[in-house]
Design a protein around this ligand. Structure first.
Ligand SMILES: NC(=O)c1ccc[n+]([C@@H]2O[C@H](COP(=O)([O-])OP(=O)(O)OC[C@H]3O[C@@H](n4cnc5c(N)ncnc54)[C@H](OP(=O)(O)O)[C@@H]3O)[C@@H](O)[C@H]2O)c1
Length: 243
C-alpha cells in the first residue's frame, strides 16, 4: 500500500487531501502541531476508510526537530504534501517582527528545512512525489499581502529548483498554486464565490496532479490567466494601484 504524508494536517485543505488519498487506498500519515485536535478526525478516517491512519507531532518552525520527526516515522512515505502555512493581516505583520518572522519561517524556512530532509531520502530511494501548496500571492508582490506573498514566492522558487534537481533521481516535485480557498485562513475575508475554490477542489487537483506527475497546477484553472494579466502590467502602472 502506498503511503502519503500530510504536513499541516489540521488545516481544512490538509484534511480534504487526507480524505482524498485514503479514498484511493493510501495509508495516510498526518503531521501537525496539535495531535489532540485531530483525534476525532483520525478515528473518523480509520472507520470510514478502514485503512490505518495516525497523527504525528510536527512543528514547521521547530527546525531542529525536523530530522528526528522524519527519522521517527514508522514508515517512509511515497508522497508528501506540504500544506502548512500562515497568513496574518499585512499591516499587522509589518508592525511586528515576531509576526514577520512567523510568516517567513512558517511559509518558507520551515517548508524548506523539512523538505530538504525528505528530498534527500527520496533521492536515495530513487522514488517519490513531493507536492507543495504555495500560492498565487507569490507571483507578484502587492501592498496588501507582500510579506506572506514574498515567503510563498520563495517557496515556489524552491520547489522549482527542487524539481529540476530531483528529476534525474526519478523524484517528482509538484507546485500547487491556489487562488482563494474557503478555509479558516480566509474566513474573515469577503471572498467572491466564483473565484474561490473549496478544500475538496484543492484535494481533487492535488491527487490528480500527483497521479499525472504534473509540474505546476493552478486551482482553479482561470487563476493562471488572472495571474498572467497581473504579471503583465508594467511596474510603472502597477506601483500606483491599490492592490
Ligand atoms: N485559503 C486560501 O485562500 C489559500 C490560498 C492560497 C494558498 N493557501 C495555502 O494553503 C495551505 C493550507 O491553508 P488553509 O487555507 O487550509 O488554512 P488553515 O486551515 O488556516 O491551515 C493552516 C495550517 O497550517 C498549520 N500550521 C501553521 N503553523 C504551523 C507550524 N509552525 N507547524 C505546523 N503546522 C503549522 C496550521 O496548524 P494549526 O492547526 O496547529 O494552527 C494549519 O493546519 C497554506 O499553505 C496556505 O498558505 C491557502
Amino acid at each position: 500500500m502506498s503511503v502519503a504524508l500530510i504536513l499541516g494536517a489540521t488545516s481544512d485543505i490538509g484534511k480534504a487531501i487526507a480524505r482524498k488519498f485514503a479514498e484511493n487506498k493510501y495509508q495516510v500519515l498526518l503531521a501537525c502541531r496539535n495531535t489532540a485536535a485531530l483525534s476525532t478526525f483520525v478515528s473518523d478516517m480509520n472507520i470510514r476508510y478502514g485503512i490505518p491512519c495516525h497523527s504525528y507531532s510536527f512543528d514547521a518552525t521547530d527546525f531542529s526537530s525536523h530530522e528526528k520527526f522524519y527519522n521517527d516515522l514508522p514508515l517512509k512515505p511515497d508522497v508528501v504534501i506540504c500544506v502548512f502555512g500562515y497568513m496574518n493581516d499585512n499591516e499587522a505583520t509589518i508592525a511586528s517582527q515576531v509576526e514577520t518572522l512567523k510568516t517567513i519561517n512558517t511559509n518558507y524556512t520551515g517548508a524548506v528545512t523539512i523538505l530538504n530532509i525528505i528530498a534527500a531520502d527520496f533521492a536515495g530511494r530513487k522514488q517519490g512525489v513531493i507536492a507543495g501548496i504555495s500560492s498565487v500571492a507569490g507571483e507578484r508582490g502587492r501592498q496588501s499581502n507582500y510579506i506572506y506573498g514574498s515567503a510563498k514566492a520563495g517557496f515556489t522558487a524552491y520547489l522549482s529548483g527542487l524539481r529540476n534537481k530531483l528529476y534525474k533521481s526519478n523524484v517528482h516535485v509538484l507546485t500547487i498554486l491556489p487562488g482563494f480557498v474557503f478555509t479558516k485562513m480566509t474566513e474573515h475575508l469577503n471572498l467572491q464565490k466564483l473565484l474561490t475554490a473549496t478544500p475538496e477542489n484543492v484535494a481533487d487537483s492535488v491527487y490528480n496532479a500527483v497521479k499525472k506527475r504534473k509540474n505546476i497546477v493552478y486551482i482553479k484553472w482561470f487563476w493562471k490567466w488572472i495571474m498572467f494579466i497581473i504579471k503583465s502590467i508594467p511596474e510603472s502602472i502597477f506601483k500606483k494601484k491599490e492592490l
